[in-house]
Ligand binder design. Structure first.
Ligand SMILES: NC(=O)c1ccc[n+]([C@@H]2O[C@H](COP(=O)([O-])OP(=O)(O)OC[C@H]3O[C@@H](n4cnc5c(N)ncnc54)[C@H](O)[C@@H]3O)[C@@H](O)[C@H]2O)c1
Length: 454
């Protein structure tokens, strides 16, 4: 067992992988006085951060990065040797889907190897914290052996490894990192999670969240179970949304409100819409489905949760065809491209799937997003014309689909649509508009809203 006092200093920290998670972890720790060095293989990202600039759109993160770099608490490099000067290293590299639905471990493996190499010959103790989402067994089977072979240290002697899954949400990452619901710390039974706990005690002081200490696999599993649970709530309410659309007078929002008041259920993750996306839910579901199958188990409920979600954009296309008939040559305006508001992340965004489906139907698609346009353009190429304003997007359109619930779209009134569109027809894919107000003034449909005229 290790005592917390046996790490030389907890104040110098390295974070490997400066994406949405890593940069948030790095900047929040730096803002609280830790000396943090971020390591990333992406030279452009490293030079941006080194200049105090934030390469991603995440509320509040730009201020923290700028301030921390100016105060010399945060720096960034591509040189793994920097890790030797720190005593704790967070691994926050990506774990995207591989072709078989599992996770692509190449980034984790190469990061672990590089960390190990930079620690070889280091005499002081070092703690490596696995924050990336990895399927159960990965830490013990892949990360620990890679670190050991490349560092020539035995884990549990001078090198320690903890699994500490991250639960922050893009769009509120800084807030979530500052006020987590709980900390999950997995170790190999050597008590090394106490080392990490000490760091978090300094970070959170009197506002220490509840802590769950466990082994590696449970910590890894908790992250997947968490995301699967939330995704299942979304698919479940979306299934009710489908049903509501077939029942005149039904409204899934009212149903969600009603069940959300049940203390056993609660109100969160019950918003019907065009489906979940982003860099986590879809790939985490695929990964746990793949792992389950490899272990000889068919995870039916998780599979169906995923399939229901895959069908969400198709529901909108059907609604559009019901309203307009053949979509060929029709001008479609898509408001919102990010997978959710307050982020520029378009990974697996339902809006992008929607654009592709409309393009397949030979509709002419224009889209607008307050911050995610550039990222979307890289994925969609010529399938869509990305414009710079709501007005440009709506002008001359036959149909508008509200795909991401940014605040600036909430402010729109029926008059805006009527004023700009050729044929003012609106599908509210995120349920942000008042059906009474909109239905009285224009052709209006919404996810999960039953209509009287089919
Ligand atoms: N994004 C989220 O909301 C979120 C939330 C919780 C957990 N997670 C998990 O956290 C992990 C990171 O997610 P993300 O969204 O921040 O990823 P990301 O793709 O935004 O960032 C990953 C970063 O790692 C860097 N990288 C890749 N290989 C590297 C290497 N060998 N050495 C150094 N840097 C390397 C990349 O250049 C990139 O900057 C994933 O496992 C993800 O599942 C993400």
């Amino acid at each position: 067992m290790v005592g917390a006092s046996r790490l030389p200093s907890l104040s110098r920290i390295s974070v490997v992988g400066l994406g949405y998670v890593g940069l948030t972890v790095a900047a929040v720790l730096a803002s609280k006085g830790f000396k943090v060095i971020g390591v990333d293989t992406d030279e452009e990202k490293v030079s941006e951060v080194s200049l105090g600039r934030c390469p991603v759109h995440e509320p509040g993160l730009d201020v923290l990065v700028r301030r921390s770099v100016r105060r010399h608490n945060l720096s960034a490099t591509t040189d793994y040797n920097a890790i030797r000067e720190t005593s704790v290293t967070f691994i926050t590299v990506g774990t995207p889907s591989s072709n078989d639905g599992g996770i692509d471990l190449s980034y984790i493996q190469s990061a672990s190897r590089s960390i190990g190499e930079s620690l070889s010959g280091k005499r002081e103790r070092h703690l490596v914290v696995v924050k990336s989402t990895v399927v159960p067994g990965t830490t013990q089977r892949v990360i620990v052996p890679t670190l050991e072979s490349s560092s020539n240290h035995r884990v549990g002697e001078s090198l320690f490894v903890c699994v500490n899954p991250e639960f922050l949400r893009e769009g509120s990452a800084v807030k979530d990192m500052l006020h987590p619901d709980r900390l999950v710390l997995g170790d190999a039974g050597d008590g090394s999670s106490n080392l990490l706990l000490n760091l978090y005690k300094v970070l959170y002081r009197k506002k220490m969240p509840p802590v769950l200490k466990t082994n590696y696999v449970n910590a890894e599993l908790i992250k997947y179970a968490n995301n699967v649970f939330l995704a299942t709530r979304i698919s479940l309410i979306n299934e009710f949304a489908n049903l509501c659309q077939l029942i005149p007078g039904a409204d899934v929002n009212v149903v969600a409100q009603g069940i959300g008041l049940d203390e056993r259920i609660g109100p969160h993750f019950l918003r019907a819409g065009i489906g979940f996306g982003g860099s986590c839910f879809p790939k985490d579901l695929r990964a746990i489905i793949t792992l389950s199958r490899e272990l000889g188990h068919d995870p039916e409920l998780i599979r169906v949760t995923y399939e229901v979600n895959e069908r969400r954009p198709g529901v909108v296309i059907k609604m559009a065809e019901d309203l307009l008939g053949d979509l060929k040559g029709r001008r479609v305006a898509i408001l919102g491209l990010a997978f959710k508001p307050n982020t520029d992340d378009v990974r697996e965004a339902p809006a992008l799937k929607l654009v592709k489906l409309f393009a397949e139907k030979k509709a002419e698609v224009k889209a607008y997003d307050p911050v995610a346009g550039e990222n979307a353009k890289r994925v969609l190429g010529n399938a869509v014309t990305i414009v710079d304003s709501i007005e440009e997007c709506l002008r001359g359109a036959d149909l508008c689909v509200l795909a991401t619930e940014w605040d600036e779209f909430r402010a729109l009134r029926p008059e805006h649509f009527i004023g700009f569109m050729r044929e003012p027809v609106l599908i509210d894919g995120r349920r942000i508009y008042d059906p009474k107000e909109f239905s009285s003034k224009m052709r209006f449909r919404a996810i999960g809203l039953g209509t009287n005229d089919g």
